[in-house]
Write a protein that binds this ligand. Structure first.
Ligand code: HT7
Ligand code: ZN
Length: 847
């Protein structure tokens, strides 16, 4: 298989100055006529062949400056020899035929329940027409769509429409991956937005008839995103129309095509009855993310796919800032770090570890990862912390003016910060080029006057990168005295050497609050007594570290239960009870504090400590921990649950959502001692999906809820997005020994439409995420997933490859489990015709 290397980058041989496309839509025989205006590229002097990418295209005609060319394409494109090309601008016209209805990969032009839709990032445009399908080739596109369907959309501004046709003109040069086309019987939920400089923008969210009443929250999120980007980054929208389309069959969350964002319907459609608070939060974040790409991704795009983090890391960082501003910064930061640790630290510590800017790939779709997105965002946060807020704002202004209209690199990005601040970022760049999560260990000394803090960094080896140099690590520090007063407010230490000592004068022995706000994506190794952790949970003024202290305490307790058979002691139980009952604290924060450490997280922690994790034991002890907490809090729970009841109609705001989250966490604990009586009563009364599904979870979690599961299906059987929850919940809350059976039964359910990625993910994703079920000693979890990946791969390689990452943690487990995983990986590797996508993933995970 081909491997693409960053070091091989060369500018494209030609410039594309204009593109005109005509689509004559038909399910199995869509014609695409392309007129491409080329010119020699001065950045590549000399005469060159013209190589155009193209896959699964039937070429019907090809002309150069009006003269037919007799060239036969190969499997990946076509080449026009330099000898046939003028050394001056020329026009190439192609006519191809494609078959959207049989395109099950959901890449290129495909159909989803009667609607035409495209997905071109990263390399899908080559399945639509012959073209230099690379992000540094930017051109103006004009598109004509011919079809009887009522709504015909493409990028840019409307440029005319008539009976069965519409034209669109995009004035902004763009790479082909941002091309989009949609055609269908759709209805719009519309609004008008006026930009800060007074330009009107028509906003439309296009959905299937009947779904128009579920768009209000997405529209509200869009308007808030547009306003926020003007206020915080000074970025205005730049077309007269902004269209969003919701589609049911989609490989990922959403796509930022210029002026025509396409969304997985589950990240658009929401009503109180059908969407949970988490759904509302995700819709807000993803709407913002795609909108923010208009500047960080579209106006300034990536030179090549190795630079993917340039747009994704920055845009994730921006959407995190936005959600923090809309909700609570502390809660948002805790949620983001939970996700980072669960996905990115896991990736960084296993066989799939790669740098935020990888230097080679086989299939770029395999690099839309937690490392590129989430760690990429952490790097932006670190840069901001290192240079300060004012310099960050100046650097961003410079980035937008200097690189507008360009396809840029990480070097360009860092140079903007260097030019703004005069700072040398060569060491910082290692964060982009080296994989792995640094470990920072701590020793302390206090001599009655001076407190000395010694920090040591270790950068572990990762695949292909055995040795690493020290990084610059911003460690935000605060010091507390034994009364709980802050004697050093948050100060950023810069750890640049393998080992460094920082000193502070202190008349009493201080207690450090390290890595406040999770100031760097590292693993902090600092032992602390349960008393000290409980003290920090009670007194730390940094909300992230306050939560972190409780979490570290809980992990210590659970580790001792697993390893020594200990019982949870009063330090943790009392400390957590105090937080739970402290009504001066944000309920959302208290709900997060009540969340027990995840089983996968415990497995990683035990493995790092040299202990082979036993998934069944982790599961059992974690349940025991929850039971102990439930017993400890039982007397207070009914009153707390009653006090948290929300009077009045449902609102999706953060305050109300936080109260519901805490109420449901309490109900879940109470279910362990009352047999589910309170949860069952609340389930019957639930008038919103947060409480409907949340109370059902309380029941499933204690092995109850069979009748409620049936009723839920009867009520929501026609709603795909709600039924995805129904599928996933039954697996997520099944006892480990039952997971394979439940998953097996659900894959035989008539509504298990496995070709739909959301439904596939609901079942097989829930199986992979059930730690004790997936890693069951029988190997049944591993086997079921491999069976389904092999079935999905020929139809939808992207989703199959993405879901194969479930196996990435195999090195943590005992020899029996490791060899069971390796056997499944070998079985997949040997399957005839395995896709490049899945083959690359399997290959990287094999020992
Ligand atoms: N830039 C997009 C990434 C993407 C994608 C989206 C949908 C389907 C396939 C895709 N491949 C890559 C989404 C984003 O990060 O905003
Ligand atoms: Zn993105």
């Amino acid at each position: 298989s081909r491997t693409v290397h960053l070091s091989d980058y060369q500018p494209f041989t030609h410039l594309v100055t204009r593109v005109a496309l005509t689509f004559r839509l038909a399910p199995r025989a869509t014609e695409v006529a392309a007129t491409l205006h080329f010119a020699p590229n001065p950045a590549r002097p000399g005469r060159h062949d013209l190589r155009l990418d193209g896959e699964n295209l039937t070429l019907k005609s090809l002309t150069l400056n009006g003269k037919p060319l007799d060239i036969i394409p190969d499997a990946t494109g076509l080449t026009i020899p330099a000898s046939l090309l003028p050394d001056a601008p020329f026009i190439l016209e192609t006519l191809v035929e494609i078959s959207p209805e049989t395109n099950t990969a959901l890449e290129g032009l495909y159909m989803s329940r009667g609607m035409y839709c495209t997905q071109c990032e990263a390399e899908g445009f080559r399945k639509i027409t012959f073209y230099p399908d690379r992000p540094d080739v930017m051109a103006r596109f004009r598109v004509r769509v011919e079809s009887d369907l009522p709504v015909l959309l493409s990028n840019g501004n409307p440029a005319g429409q008539g009976a069965a046709w519409a034209e669109w003109d995009d004035p902004w040069p763009k790479p082909a991956y941002l091309f989009a086309l949609v055609a269908g019987d759709l209805k719009a939920h519309s609004a008008l937005f006026t930009t800060a400089s007074g330009s009107p923008v028509q906003l439309n969210i296009w959905v299937r008839p009947g779904d128009e009443n579920r768009c209000a929250y997405a529209m509200d999120s869009l308007i808030r995103s547009m306003t926020w980007d003007e206020r915080v980054y000074g970025r205005e929208y730049d077309l007269s129309v902004f269209n969003i389309v919701a589609v049911d069959d989609f490989n990922m969350g959403a796509m930022e095509n210029k002026g025509l964002n396409i969304f997985n319907s589950k990240f658009v459609l929401a009503s109180p009855e059908t969407a949970t608070d988490d759904d509302f939060g995700r819709i807000e974040a993803i709407i913002a993310h795609e909108y923010f790409h208009n500047w960080t991704g579209n106006r300034i795009t990536c030179r090549d796919w190795f630079q993917l983090c340039l747009k994704e890391g920055l845009t994730v960082f921006r959407d995190q800032q936005f959600s923090g501003d809309m909700r609570s910064h502390a809660v948002k930061r805790i949620e983001d770090v939970l996700l980072l640790r669960a996905r990115q630290f896991r990736e960084d510590g296993g066989p799939l570890a790669h740098p935020v800017r990888p230097d080679s790939f086989v299939e770029i779709n395999n690099f839309y990862t937690a490392t590129v997105y989430e760690k990429g965002a952490e790097l932006i946060g670190m840069l901001k912390r290192l240079v300060g807020d004012d310099s960050y704002a100046k650097a961003l202004d410079l980035y937008f003016t200097r690189h507008d209209g360009e396809a840029a690199t990480i070097e360009d990005w860092l140079r903007v910060f260097e030019d703004t601040t005069g700072r040398d970022l060569a060491q910082f760049k290692r964060w982009y080029t080296e994989a792995g999560t640094p470990r920072v260990s701590v020793t302390e000394a206090w001599d009655g006057k001076t407190y000395a803090l010694t920090l040591r960094q270790e950068n572990p080896p990762t695949p292909g990168q055995p040795d690493k140099l020290p990084k610059v690590i911003p460690v935000a520090l605060g010091l507390l005295n034994p009364n709980g007063d802050e004697i050093l407010p948050t100060t950023v230490l810069e750890l640049t050497e393998p080992e460094q000592t920082f000193t502070f004068s202190a008349a009493t022995r201080p207690i450090p609050s390290l890595l406040r706000g999770f100031s760097a994506p590292v693993i902090l190794e600092r032992q602390a007594s349960p008393e000290e952790r409980a003290f920090m949970l009670a007194h730390d003024t940094d909300p992230f570290n306050k939560w972190e202290a409780g979490r570290a305490l809980a992990k210590d307790v659970l580790a001792r239960m697993i390893v020594d058979g200990a019982s949870p002691g009063p330090d943790w139980l009392d400390a957590l009870a105090r937080v739970t009952l402290d009504d001066t604290l944000d309920p959302a924060f208290r709900a997060l504090a009540l969340r027990l450490p995840a089983e996968d997280d415990m497995a990683a922690t035990l493995h790092a400590a040299g202990i082979t994790p036993d998934p069944a034991r982790i599961h059992a002890e974690r349940r025991g921990m929850g039971d102990a907490l439930a017993r400890h809090l039982a007397p207070q729970l009914p009153a707390l649950i009653a006090a948290l009841a929300e009077p009045g109609p449902f609102t999706p705001d953060a305050r109300a959502a936080g109260r519901r989250a805490l109420r449901l966490a309490c109900l879940s604990l109470l279910s362990r001692t009352d047999g589910g009586a309170a949860a069952r009563a609340a389930h019957v009364r639930a008038d919103n999906m947060t409480e409907d599904a949340g109370t059902l979870v309380c029941l499933l979690d204690i092995g109850e809820g069979a009748a409620e599961v049936q009723r839920f299906a009867a009520r929501w059987g026609d709603d795909r997005n709600v039924m995805d929850k129904w599928f996933a919940l039954q697996i997520a809350f099944a006892a480990p020994d039952r997971v394979a059976g439940v998953a097996g039964a659900l894959t035989r359910h008539p509504a298990f439409d496995w070709k739909n990625p959301n439904r596939f993910r609901a079942v097989l994703g829930a199986l992979s995420a059930h730690h004790a079920g997936f890693h069951h000693a029988s190997g049944s979890g591993y086997r079921i997933l491999a069976d389904w990946l092999l079935r999905l791969d020929p139809l939808n390689p992207q989703t199959a490859a993405r879901m194969s990452t479930a196996y990435e943690t195999w090195p943590r487990y005992n020899a029996d489990r490791s060899s069971l995983v390796q056997a499944e990986l070998a079985r997949m590797a040997a399957a005839p015709g395995l896709s490049r996508d899945l083959a690359e993933m399997v290959d990287r995970m094999r020992s």
